[in-house]
Design a protein around this ligand. Structure first.
Ligand code: CMC
Length: 428
């Protein structure tokens, strides 16, 4: 294969280097193209633009493949733990026993947050969405760790920020929920593992004993693994682009949380449950709602369906669908919206509109049903996604900084007014 591509513009042909990844993905490197030709490439929504070379996650949307650092998601979801996966994503290799034990205990030692965080929390109204609270509390850490603002920190110093962030994220997430409930916050317990600690901070009350249910803990751990990274999606690209200005890890991750919040991205898990509840309350007529989703004059979309890169199936959705059945069975939960979800899926999979557009259930279609069964309220679903995605964001931020990537700065095709003279207010 030739290692160049040719582009002809206005009769002039330019040779552009081709680059190939370790899974034989090919790309035309257009970095120098504008300097040669004066022309830029336009790709709305970056549908066909690689923003970086990355060794973290491999995804083949046509074949439904997802691997973290080469390991298939199916194997990791079945056999590993979330913190093991976090280590794998961030540092590149599966940790040995001692390394993992140290990583886990380092994280346990940093779960507590400064007491002044409670004052910040107090300032929010009780109806604040937990995603807004979460991103604010993450950014607020820059005030408690001002040295983390220094862009050229040693690896050791960055590692400490990473540990602090992974350790404190469940505390922020659970406290955002307690705020919503108007309940006193629960302090972290370093005797519990990562998910167990999060669950007790979410659900323990001063008036009752709380014991972590191992089924719930295991199911949550699996969900976090499934969300842990997904290469250059909207929130991850946001983390990288914010980090490329040498903004701190806290600021970059907080930006990622905000990008994740939207209903077309991580907010879809909340939107799916709200949609399924609406369909059920409306009599459960799935055909009617399918019709709405297909009607171009109706803004309704089937939430939890479709994906920018998966055009066959989302491997995470396959695992989650099975996990939803297992978890509901194990917990003895009967959730009528599971039937609505399965009915919708069945219809969509045989509907020409969805088949033609290659729209399949994505990771968010069934995850909300599991979160519900675990007792996690709807408004917390996207926070759960953020908790899971954290190691991926960190790994991508770290990779970008270690490679010394340039500041992210797309170009544009200007379509506004041509030069015109200012007209003073009195003459307008
Ligand atoms: N319901 C109905 N029609 C849809 C849907 C849907 N969920 N998704 C895409 N389409 C149609 C869309 O109208 C378009 O039709 P046409 O070609 O006739 O104009 C075609 O399919 C292609 O859609 P698109 O919006 O150009 O595709 P995209 O790659 O820009 O968007 C998406 C991907 C995920 C934003 C979109 O499929 C969607 O809005 N899905 C619902 C929201 C959702 O579940 N998001 C979670 C994504 S997975 C979690 C994550 O990683 O963020």
């Amino acid at each position: 294969m030739s290692n160049t591509a040719q582009i002809t513009v206005d009769g002039n042909t330019y040779d552009l280097p081709l680059t190939e990844g370790s899974e034989q993905e090919k790309a035309i490197d257009i970095g120098a193209f504008r300097a040669q030709s004066g022309v830029i490439t336009l790709d709305r929504g970056f549908k066909n633009t690689g923003s970086c070379e990355s060794g973290i996650t491999f995804l083949d949307g046509e074949k439904g493949i997802l691997r973290y650092r080469g390991y298939p998601i199916e194997q990791l979801a079945d056999d590993s733990t979330f913190l093991e996966v976090a280590h794998l994503l961030i540092y590149g290799e599966l940790p040995g026993k001692d390394v993992l034990t140290n990583f886990e205990s380092d994280i346990s030692r940093h779960t507590l947050v400064n007491e002044d965080i409670k004052k910040i929390l107090d300032g929010f109204p009780s109806n604040a969405h937990p995603m807004g609270v979460l991103s604010s509390l993450i950014t607020a850490q820059t005030a408690f760790y001002p040295l983390s603002l220094e862009p050229n920190r040693s690896q050791e110093e960055n590692d400490l920020s990473i540990i602090r962030l992974i350790a404190k994220m469940p505390t922020f997430a659970a406290w955002a929920f307690k705020k919503k409930m108007g309940h006193p916050v629960v302090y972290p317990s370093n005797k519990l593992n990562y998910c167990g600690n999060f669950l007790q901070m979410m659900f323990a009350l001063p008036s009752e004993d709380y014991e972590v249910d191992p089924i719930v803990e295991k199911a949550l751990d699996k969900l976090l693994i499934l969300h842990a990274d997904h290469e250059q999606n909207c929130s991850t690209s946001t983390v990288r682009i914010v980090g490329s200005s040498q903004a701190s890890l806290w600021a970059s991750i907080s930006a990622g949380v905000n990008a994740l919040w939207g209903p077309l991205h991580g907010g879809a898990n909340q939107a799916v449950i709200e949609m399924l509840e609406n369909i059920k309350a409306d009599g459960g007529d799935t055909k009617k709602w399918m019709g709405k989703a297909k009607d171009k004059d109706d803004p309704f979309r089937l939430m939890g369906f479709g994906h920018r890169v998966y055009k066959n199936f989302d491997p995470r959705a396959k695992i989650i669908k099975k996990a939803a059945d297992d978890v509901l069975d194990a917990l003895g939960v009967v959730d009528p919206i599971l039937d609505v979800a399965k009915g919708l899926e069945e219809e969509a999979l045989s509907d020409q509109y969805f088949v033609d557009r290659k729209l399949y259930p994505n990771v968010d279609f069934y995850s909300g049903i599991i979160y519900r069964a675990l007792g996690i309220p709807t408004e917390m679903f996207t926070v759960m996604f953020a908790l899971g995605r954290l190691p991926g964001w960190i790994a991508q931020w770290k990779e970008m900084r270690e490679k010394g990537e340039p500041i992210g700065r797309p170009r544009q095709v200007y379509t506004g007014a041509n030069e015109r003279d200012y007209v003073s207010l009195s003459k307008r």
